[in-house]
Design a protein around this ligand. Sequence first.
Ligand code: NAP
Length: 300
Amino acid sequence: MKVLITGGSGLIGTRITQLLQEKNIEVVHLSRSPSSKFGIKVYKWDWKKEEIDEACFNGVTDIIHLAGAGIADKPWTMSRKHTIIKSRVETANLIFKTLKKLNHSLNAYISASGIGYYGAITTAKVFKEADEPHNDFIAKSCIYWEKSADQFSDISSRVVKLRTGVVLDKNSGALAKMDKTVKYGIGAPIGTGKQAMPWIHLDDMAQLYLDILLDNSFNGVYNAVAPEKVDNEAVTKAIAKALNRKLFLPNVPAFVLRTIYGELSDIVLKGSHVSAEKLLNAGFEFEFPKLDEALKDIYK
Ligand SMILES: NC(=O)c1ccc[n+]([C@@H]2O[C@H](COP(=O)([O-])OP(=O)(O)OC[C@H]3O[C@@H](n4cnc5c(N)ncnc54)[C@H](OP(=O)(O)O)[C@@H]3O)[C@@H](O)[C@H]2O)c1
């Protein structure tokens, strides 16, 4: 087995790389700006110029596609929306086209996707993999992202797509932003606080990618979320508890976020629960099924 990770320099890719190295599985990265951070071979690509170092595919049996412009990094201007979609879809297309040209087949193509597939909406429904997608920007992005993965069924024995919830880690991602406000004593739930916030511990996220690589029975789409369902208020309270801080401010009004972030604010102001049942039935064992335990581990 030799695994190629796109966007492997990011939060999830870094942890997967460490896990693969611990298991002595060969791993290489594709990056826009290769560095020697991991002591592995990192190849360069530039999807805007349709350039890719074809040597990156030498001996590769499996690909994990994580690359993509940060969804919540900048306000969703029209140009940012294009970048969010193209950096995921055109990168996948470039890999596919190159592998076809090289007549190179794969054991597995595993692509990140998001729970945004079900839309930035608040409903009582608990979404499952067979549910229809929503029709807002974030859902459409996930639809295009997943379609770009589906084409790999032509050259890969398996195509797996992970509709990922908020990945929890101390140093980056959503939790790092949320816990800063709690640490500074200005933490508070956002909007009504009742919007669902499907989540997964970074270690479970990385272990899931590893299990999928090693277990051929994983195929198709899975919600990558922990089984415990919580809302924004519960997460904020759990962070305060884990950090031994008090929350005393009223909720941050929705209009404040809307004014600052525009449409992007929808992904924090709205949210529905997502089911982990398919993943559990597939035999995945969460190390951190409960939020309190996950946060205890993260802040230990
Ligand atoms: N973290 C979460 O909570 C979460 C939740 C749902 C879905 N996901 C998805 O899972 C994937 C991995 O997540 P992550 O948290 O590890 O992401 P991340 O830390 O933002 O890393 C993504 C990587 O993608 C590459 N990248 C960034 N902008 C790019 C662009 N414009 N064009 C091409 N490549 C670009 C970068 O690698 P180089 O600089 O080396 O090129 C970056 O390290 C992402 O697609 C993300 O949307 C993450």
